[in-house]
Design a protein around this ligand. Structure first.
Ligand SMILES: *[C@@H]1O[C@H](CO)[C@@H](O)[C@H](O)[C@H]1NC(C)=O
Ligand SMILES: *[C@@H]1O[C@H](CO)[C@@H](O)[C@H](O)[C@H]1NC(C)=O
Ligand SMILES: *[C@@H]1O[C@H](CO)[C@@H](O)[C@H](O)[C@H]1NC(C)=O
Ligand SMILES: *[C@@H]1O[C@H](CO)[C@@H](O)[C@H](O)[C@H]1NC(C)=O
Ligand SMILES: *[C@@H]1O[C@H](CO)[C@@H](O)[C@H](O)[C@H]1NC(C)=O
Ligand SMILES: *[C@@H]1O[C@H](CO)[C@@H](O)[C@H](O)[C@H]1NC(C)=O
Ligand SMILES: *[C@@H]1O[C@H](CO)[C@@H](O)[C@H](O)[C@H]1NC(C)=O
Length: 548
């Protein structure tokens, strides 16, 4: 039964006087006792990083950040595609609440006028700034990155971004192509620079202005790589000799995989170098030497990204901001590098939903840097001495990107938005995720490991829509009107369980009596998720009690 109107009115009066008071308090805070926030969002980055135990990948700067941070080993995005994931974590709501499963609507008009993380910081007296790809461009952020609501001034986009999909990759024939694999000589490309380099420069320029600002700042920096095409400075390729590149441990489409769970990675097929391979649709496979080259270029793009992160953090340090800035680092979702015979995001597997997630909180996850000492000196990925790094503190509990909103507000000392009622379309400020603050309450590294809670109690939800039971041209990215099936997936510390159920896109209703297929993988016996044991289990449908 809905609460009576008088109660709502009373609540809103009481709560609003509290928020007004808090707002004034935050505005009265000076920059010296309020922490700034630097949010780094990477595009399509799975946790193939040194600090996540990936030996091959050279990511010395992100590893250094991890060594001073609290790192979440098991963090998951809510939908493995850019716009829906970004709108979800930036508003703190799941895709079923933002009603964005594709790229084609703006939540404020289509679902509800939900506040965003930067908007909340802005309303609490912060200067909020966006550099690069933070919101997904286009309709999903009203062609304005949600300006003016989220940002204090118009977001910055690197001018060289427009060349990303043009013919700027030198092929073996000496001609320029729109290739998937695109190592470039930076002096040779249009404007003589790349988008992520420009974003780093702009972010550093803005940080320089923040040094003397009296209000705290919230700076979001969205990097483009390793999103395709793999257009990166060619010297990074040298870090990954082809003979050292292995294939995915499970490069074949698994036998027991329901066709609805598979996505045919149409976007990479459209690149000129991949088209020339005449790869069979929908299952491939890609020739193994080309598989190695894709993996090589993905890893090289990650090392290039790492060097940009290194330049940014080193500048933060030089500007004496490292002792009063929270740094959060994450990605919108992962990317399959040949696992299950797939080369993209667009699924519910761990490889596409799992993301890196870490938070550096000055004085909390690391000691404050001593005056004159740098916490984040630039580390050269080409220098072998850059390799090993203390991994820092880690949490194994399952966590979700939708928890970024309450966690960042909590770490910054702002009032944490209340939990959302169900449904919450009419509520502008609330959160569907958890406040992860409890994981930060530690005094030294020797304490009781159970302080982190019981990992068996934590669950991460993800979902993915499909237009049909079998892979077809639009299975990767169906438009809302074409969605017929929704794959709801839960990941616990022990298993991943997915059910693909009928979905009505007009009513936004899933029908859990209409099960099209199911998947069940146990983490211990099948960590890569290749042996679907759903049919061996009692599948009485998705346990409704586990729905978020
Ligand atoms: C939506 O929220 C913004 C920011 O709080 C506010 O300015 C705007 O008036 C709201 N729009 C509607 C239709 O309520
Ligand atoms: C979206 O952008 C258009 C064009 O700038 C603007 O007129 C409209 O008010 C914006 N929508 C919202 C909900 O702010
Ligand atoms: C490539 O592999 C060889 C043999 O394992 C190793 O000695 C070498 O350091 C590797 N090269 C790089 C750049 O990782
Ligand atoms: C599971 O059962 C369904 C329905 O009987 C069948 O279509 C599917 O092939 C089975 N999957 C496996 C992996 O045995
Ligand atoms: C592409 O592959 C198909 C079969 O998979 C074959 O019939 C066709 O001739 C090939 N085209 C080229 C240009 O190699
Ligand atoms: C941060 O470091 C700078 C330079 O060392 C110092 O002036 C400032 O007081 C420090 N701030 C905090 C909060 O420790
Ligand atoms: C849900 O699916 C079941 C089984 O296919 C069907 O009988 C029922 O009519 C569906 N319910 C709705 C509301 O579509």
């Amino acid at each position: 039964m809905p609460p009576p109107g008088w109660l709502l009115l009373w609540l809103s009066l009481v709560l609003c006087s509290v928020c007004a008071a808090l707002e004034t308090a935050a505005q009265a805070n000076s920059a010296t006792d309020t922490l700034n926030v630097l949010l780094i969002i990477v595009d399509d980055l799975r946790p193939s990083l040194g600090c996540y135990g990936e030996k091959l990948v050279k990511s010395p700067n992100i590893d250094q950040l991890a060594s001073h941070s609290l790192l979440f080993q098991n963090a998951f995005s809510q939908q493995a595609v850019c716009a829906p994931s970004r709108v979800s974590f930036l508003t703190g709501r799941r895709p079923d609440t933002t009603r964005l499963y594709d790229f084609n609507s703006y939540w404020r008009v289509h679902a509800g006028n939900f506040s965003t993380i930067p908007q909340y910081f802005k309303e609490n007296g912060y200067m909020t700034m966006s550099v690069g790809k933070v919101f997904h461009p286009g309709i999903s952020s009203n062609h304005s990155d949600d300006s003016p609501y989220s940002w204090s001034f118009p977001p910055y986009h690197p001018s060289s971004e427009k060349y990303e999909n043009t013919k700027t990759c030198r092929g073996q024939d000496g001609e320029l192509h729109a290739n998937l694999l695109c190592p470039v000589d930076v002096t040779d490309v249009p404007e003589g620079t790349l988008p992520d380099k420009q974003s780093t420069e702009e972010a550093i320029r803005l940080l320089g202005k923040m040094e003397t600002l009296t209000s705290p700042f919230f700076l979001a920096v969205g990097y483009h790589k390793p999103h395709i095409p793999f257009r990166y400075p060619k010297e990074f390729q040298k870090l990954y000799p082809l003979e050292n590149i292995t294939l995915a441990p499970d490069p074949h489409v698994p036998d027991g995989l329901p066709p609805v769970a598979y996505n045919p990675w149409m976007d990479i097929r459209r690149r000129e170098d991949v088209q020339a391979l005449n790869i069979s649709v929908p299952y491939g496979p890609i020739p193994v030497d080309f598989q190695r080259k894709i993996r090589q270029s993905y890893f090289a793009s990650v090392s290039y990204l790492d060097s940009e992160v290194g330049r940014l953090l080193s500048a933060l340090d030089d500007l004496h901001l490292a002792n009063r800035t929270i740094i959060a680092f994450t990605s919108d979702h992962g990317w399959a590098l040949g696992e299950h015979g797939e080369w993209a995001k667009y699924s519910n597997f761990d490889v596409t939903t799992r993301v890196p997630l870490m938070f550096y909180v000055p004085g909390r996850t690391a000691l404050l840097p001593e005056p004159g000492k740098k916490l984040f000196p630039y580390r050269d990925p080409f220098d072998p001495a850059s390799e090993s790094m203390d991994p820092g503190r880690q949490v194994v509990d399952l966590v979700e990107l939708v928890s970024l909103f309450p966690t960042l507000t909590g770490l910054a000392g702002l009032r944490v938005p209340p939990r959302c009622p169900i449904p919450s379309f009419h509520v502008e400020v609330c959160r569907e995720g958890q406040n992860l603050l409890k994981h930060f309450r530690f005094h030294d590294l020797e304490e009781d490991p159970y302080l982190d809670g019981n990992p068996r109690e934590s669950i991460a939800y993800s979902q993915y829509p499909r237009p049909a039971d079998s892979p077809q041209w639009n299975s990767d990215k169906p438009s809302l009107k074409d969605i017929k099936i929704m794959g709801y997936s839960i990941r616990t510390i022990d298993y991943r369980y997915t059910v693909w159920v009928g979905f009505n896109p007009n009513e936004f209703l899933a029908n859990f009596s209409d099960i099209h297929a199911g998947e069940l993988y146990f983490v211990d016996s099948d960590p890569l998720q290749d042996h679907n044991v759903y049919n061996d289990s009692q599948h009485g449908g998705f346990p409704q009690s586990l729905m978020p």
